[in-house]
Design a protein around this ligand. Sequence first.
Ligand SMILES: Nc1ncnc2c1ncn2[C@@H]1O[C@H](COP(=O)(O)OP(=O)(O)OP(=O)(O)O)[C@@H](O)[C@H]1O
Ligand SMILES: [Mg+2]
Length: 340
Amino acid sequence: MTRTETAAPGIATQTAPLLDVRDLKVTFNSRDGAADAICGIDLSVGAGEVLGIVGESGSGKSVTMMALMQLLPASADITGSARFRGQELVGATSSTMRQLRGARIGMIFQDPLTAFNPVLTVGAQIVEALRLHEKDLSKKAAWERAVELLAEVSIPQPDRRAAQYPHEFSGGMRQRAMIAMAIANRPDLLIADEPTTALDVTVQAQIMDLLNRLREERNIGLILITHDLGVVAGAADRIAVMYSGRIVEQGSVDEVFYNPRHPYTRGLLAALPKIDGEAGPLVAIEGTPPSLRNRPAGCAFRPRCSVSVERCSTSVPALLSLNGVETACHRSEELQRISA
Ligand SMILES: Nc1ncnc2c1ncn2[C@@H]1O[C@H](COP(=O)(O)OP(=O)(O)OP(=O)(O)O)[C@@H](O)[C@H]1O
Ligand SMILES: [Mg+2]
């Protein structure tokens, strides 16, 4: 049973998803020609639900999220559909996106230093974020809210901290402050791109606890992008595994972790130490992912796959549902039978 079903009965399961992405494609155009970074992905996340997205470097995790938020350069062509509470994001006007970003949809990045302005205090920046979306909020009331938000993300002495500059915060504290800013306008959806990668393990766990608490208390939907399968195993309800611009496996964390169908997912999991709680980063599949301009025909994973057959070099496997998990592998049915 997924956490969504136990923690929030009827909320995430009976209403339309918060975010529903269909056939999203991103192509970067340059003098060297076009490069397809995202080749048509489908995903959805509900209120109070955590969707983990994993995959090696360059698989397209960040580009997917930047495309949804319209944060990619003009050289990127984006097609397909991404509905947030029914509202189409692909092709939405920049003023619509400005209203959504930071208000209805919050974003948390790996490096909080880049998200903060170094010459403004942390409190002043939260005040700015609040007043951007709530025009008649007084400066004084906004400052009080900023202090409350810092307290909510467990920053000690929040009134003193609010008056400090980002460089006066430790890495973990800055990450908390960025989360405070991201939730300032009470978003329905949070997108966290490697929110804990730069932090040590103890702080990582604290940040994940914090995100989990926010999800439960505020029923926020969370998209959690990470290299770290251990983080996903502990925090997500569902997981999407990306490889070379596609989702190759998607399902509940329990199903995907305990019964992976795709050879790539199996490879990722084989790279994990077996002791619970000590899962490491994704490292151990031999070879490297193809570059965008050099994708092999057929399945992009084929050159690294130990069970590929002829068909894998000619046709791209579709993402098909097999016993509740979606898998894009020509041999997933056979492989599942063999391992069962
Ligand atoms: N602005 C851009 N112009 C051209 N190509 C880009 C641009 N941004 C990203 N790419 C390419 O798109 C592909 C996907 O990149 P992306 O940043 O989404 O990977 P990722 O899965 O987030 O990796 P990481 O785990 O390293 O963050 C990569 O091949 C990358 O080089
Ligand atoms: Mg990335």
